[in-house]
Design a protein around this ligand. Structure first.
Ligand SMILES: *Cc1c(COP(=O)(O)O)cnc(C)c1O
Length: 416
């Protein structure tokens, strides 16, 4: 079946919320994927920072298929061993503390965090929430109400909870916004969907201090940043602070849908029996996948690998002198190449043409979030190819070659 045929059928069968993606992928191996026409790509986006162990990972496949063939689902009416071992493993990675709720996606992990914060607020006369401008916390109504990106909130407001937005990375603005009537502060350790924008050093430490001073809960949304993405298990560990509530998802399941919300100390015990739940949450299959991801990161020392390959990639890209390239930001294997205004979609399209999948996360930035197993050689191959990709994007723009751009524009709109 031709790719064009699939795109037509996709367009006719699906709601138009994503536009029509430019490619259909059919198979992968490690950090490489193939499209419906047999063309090979180096996957530098990993399904939006999800496929931590790459594609067709043997142990992940075995763990998932063994679990499906033994017991695919139990529901929360019964315990399954995989979910217990996973929750214990997450606690171990977090210093032996925390109480876990397992969900099926990022937005659900944040819904759990929000319900904990609402419960805490109601018990303590705390009536509002603080989050960051341009932040992203998900698409369900609770998570969307915390999301600071105007274009995606606006069509669905007003929202049922009072959320006040502050400029990201500005500790003084946060100090001013958070009083003893604030229930919780929701923040990402770097803003992923805004274009992998890190805050100034010391920001999370300041957030911790502000929350301690006022009694507001500090909720760290690590849905994109956790599970090795930045070279640490959790990005907040770089600053040596611990949030009160932590949410995870994307990279945790290695491609299987899973999310987790972890509460520390008394905040892990806020729910009473019956306060929250999920039919699929704690899935033995997703839990078996997540355990394989965590064990493999440990066994193969992937945190150090991410730091080394991320540095190679960041320094290599930053060393390129080109009129379209303004800089590189991020850490580990979670980077953005900052481009001339509006160049993102053309660079994404030119990279695809050259056999590299990246994502124009913003009009002026492409996001690079490959599998954590990306090799040095693969990273170097992208650094070597990038000047020609930028040239091609520059020429496409000056030629007014809008064909490539139309596809890329549609793809740029496709975000989680
Ligand atoms: C992706 C993401 C979400 C939403 O996750 P979904 O699984 O798409 O619901 C929430 N917060 C952050 C920081 C994310 O990157």
């Amino acid at each position: 079946m031709s790719a064009e045929d699939l795109r037509k059928r996709y367009e006719a069968a699906f709601m138009p919320n994503y536009g029509v993606p430019p490619l259909a992928l059919v198979a992968g191996q490690g950090s490489v994927v193939w499209d419906a026409g047999g063309k090979e790509y180096l996957d530098l986006i990993a399904g939006i920072a999800v496929s931590s162990l790459g594609h067709a990972h043997e142990e992940l496949g075995e763990a998932v298929s063994n679990q499906v063939m033994s017991l695919a689902h139990t529901s929360n009416l019964f315990i399954n061993e995989q979910e217990v071992v996973l929750a214990e493993k997450l606690r171990e990675l977090l210093g032996g503390e925390g109480r876990v709720f397992l969900a099926n996606s990022g937005t659900e992990a944040n819904e759990c965090a929000l319900k904990l914060a609402i419960k805490y607020g109601k018990a303590n006369g705390r009536t509002y929430f603080v989050a960051a401008e341009n932040g992203f916390h998900g698409r369900s109504m609770g998570a969307l109400s915390l999301t600071g990106k105007q274009a995606i909130r606006e069509p669905f407001g007003p929202f049922a909870i009072d959320v006040r937005f502050v400029p990201y990375g500005d500790a003084d603005a946060l100090r001013e916004a958070v009083t003893d009537e604030c229930a919780a502060v929701f923040l990402e350790p770097a803003q992923g969907e805004a274009g992998v924008v890190p805050p100034p050093d010391g920001y999370f430490a300041a957030v911790r201090e502000i929350c301690d001073a006022t009694g507001a809960l500090f909720v760290a949304d690590e849905i994109q940043s956790a599970i090795g993405r930045t070279g640490a298990w959790f990005a907040h560990q770089h600053e040596g602070v611990r949030p009160d509530i932590l949410t995870l998802a994307k990279g945790l399941g290695g491609g299987l849908p899973i999310g987790a919300c972890i509460g520390f100390g008394p905040y892990g015990e806020l729910f009473a029996k019956g306060d929250h739940g999920s039919t699929f949450g704690g899935s033995p299959v997703a839990s078996a996948a997540a355990l394989t991801v965590l064990w493999t990161i440990e066994k193969e020392n992937l945190l150090d690998h991410v730091t080394a390959v991320g540095t190679l990639l960041k320094d290599g890209l930053a060393g390129i002198d080109h009129p379209l390239l303004a800089g590189v930001r991020g850490r580990g294997l979670w980077l953005a190449a900052v481009l001339a205004p509006g160049a993102g979609p053309a660079v994404e399209a030119a990279a695809r043409e050259a056999g590299f999948l990246v994502n124009a996360v913003q009009p002026d930035a492409i996001r690079i979030a490959p599998p954590l197993i990306l090799t040095r050689e693969q990273a170097q191959s992208f650094v070597d190819a990038f000047p020609a990709i930028l040239d091609a994007a520059l020429n496409a723009n000056t030629d007014g070659n809008t064909d490539a751009n139309t596809d890329a524009d549609a793809a740029a709109l496709k975000e989680d």
